[in-house]
Design a protein. Sequence first.
Length: 322
Amino acid sequence: MKLDLKLYRGYANEKELVVYGHVFKARGRGDYAYDKKKLKHALTIIQMFRVKPMDNVEVELRFEDLTVRTRTMHDGYFRFSIPFVKPIKSGWHTYTVTGFHEGDATTGEGELLKPYESKVSIISDIDDTFLVSHSNNFFKKIYVMLTRNVNRRKTFDDVVEHYRQLSIAGQDAKEASNSFFYVSSSEWNLYGFIVRFAQENKLPKAVIKLKKLKTGLRDFVKTGRGDHDHKFDKIQDIIDFYPSIDYVLLGDDSQQDPDIYERICKTFPMNIRAVYIRQTGHHKKERVGEILKNINTLDVHTCYFKKSTKALRHSKQIGIIN
């Protein structure tokens, strides 16, 4: 039986590398086409949630002179957290993973990031932070997902310029950039769509961390909903992995970002430079304002904004962007 390997962007520091992905039963129809129109696009989105993960499949990671094997979890997920002390250059590197099943071997290529030296990294939510998603309106969110392909989905005005300037803040070399991490309550099913959207809109290339895979139409209608606590765990994992870097957190007020970011600031009181929360409704939420005031008492800058031009101006005022 052929396998479908989905490999995600991993990351490395001076002592360890992390690579992860999923193994599914092969679809037999190739990769998803995210630019299909009308009904074909809707069917593509639905198919992304009809995957069949494969449990206990043997997978082998190859990177530089390293070769190591593990097996998938019950939901097809695998993760390599490997000691790795060999020096490698900063930037993106290619790794390969091979899956073995019933005498067949399937190999795929992925990328991992060794961050450039920098004073700041950026952790950003996706839906309604830079991708217009209408998360606070369930029916509109599903409608937009099913009717607008990757070319018709929109970013907020000026958000790309804000992210671009954050990516080069404090960097001298043209090829060097600050590291970006996109952490979202969207499921792993949407990983390829998010990567394509970021590329199409010239958003900074990022390590992406998403929510547990969903495997059916009943799950599809719940996309992005439910518990968001996994975001706290994933952000904590990033900061624990790179503890000597300061971070900028970007999110929105449609769900639980303010609460999660407050907990992060309390857990890492020396690591967070600023918290940015996008206002998604017509009016600011009083409770969000109170949370940000409390974050301010931890000596963390905050900005509650409707338009990214305000956030960009704030980043310049506090010296993150020169």
